[in-house]
Write a protein that binds this ligand. Structure first.
Ligand SMILES: Cc1cc2nc3c(=O)[nH]c(=O)nc-3n(C[C@H](O)[C@H](O)[C@H](O)COP(=O)(O)O)c2cc1C
Length: 208
């Protein structure tokens, strides 16, 4: 590949586009869209979101020390974009979309019923960086849509058509995975090994 040079910027993706729910001091809920989000630690499970101080959601998070990350799906595209374009200071976004809320379990903040996965978060630290403050939070509880859990208890998250955001455009994850974790280093079965050898010898897999 031949590269052109640009000054440093957040040319990075794909990113998730999640809906973050918060409440104010009087318990009034709000929701906003976040893509500046990243996993920070597995144990304890911690995540970061980068939020501008002027957001109503920032005020709410500062006031309560809690928020909920609601993963989004292709069916939630319109509300995900809208909640990222309109402030709760001007529009009641929850009423606007008639969003049903589910009570928090370990936090006082509700989650969105429509979302397949909700991560209840408690703030650990807030770091001022510039345009955005980096909020590091511990994930204290996960809520997962039952139909995404298979009979062996595995969570099939990839099957929910999750939304992604890449350089100003939204995408959704295909329902078929391209591979699974570790497939590049996994041991081949005897049959696969046999096929590989045959291919190497110039024969097509499956040919005699
Ligand atoms: C796809 C998308 C991603 C966004 N990501 C962020 C983000 O990571 N941090 C942030 O502060 N604002 C982000 N925004 C903007 C806020 O969601 C937007 O300003 C929102 O209206 C704030 O709502 P509030 O004032 O009700 O909190 C994003 C907007 C969109 C459309």
């Amino acid at each position: 590949m031949t590269k052109e040079l640009f000054k440093g910027s957040i040319l990075f993706g794909p990113l998730p586009a999640v809906l973050v729910t918060t409440i104010d001091q009087d318990g009034r809920p709000n929701v906003f869209t976040v893509s500046w989000i990243g996993v920070a630690c597995s144990r304890p499970p911690m995540i970061t979101i980068a939020v501008r101080k002027e957001r109503l959601s920032y005020e709410n998070i500062q006031a309560t020390g809690e928020f909920v990350i609601n993963l989004t799906t292709r069916e939630m595209l319109k509300m995900t974009d809208f909640c990222g374009c309109r402030s709760g200071r001007k529009v009641d976004k929850i009423k606007h979309f008639g969003l049903e809320l589910e009570e928090g379990i370990d936090v006082a903040v509700p989650s969105l019923k429509k979302s397949p996965v909700a991560l209840e978060c408690r703030v650990r630290t807030v770091t001022e960086l510039g345009t955005h403050d980096l909020i590091l939070a511990e994930i204290v509880r996960n809520k997962v849509e039952k139909s995404l859990i298979d009979k062996d208890g595995r969570i099939r998250l990839g099957e929910s058509g999750l939304l992604a955001y890449c350089h100003g455009e939204y995408y959704s994850l295909g329902r078929q995975p391209l591979g699974t974790f570790g497939h590049s280093v996994a041991r081949r079965t005897a049959r696969q090994e046999n096929q590989r050898k045959k291919t190497k010898d110039g024969k097509k897999p499956g040919s005699l």
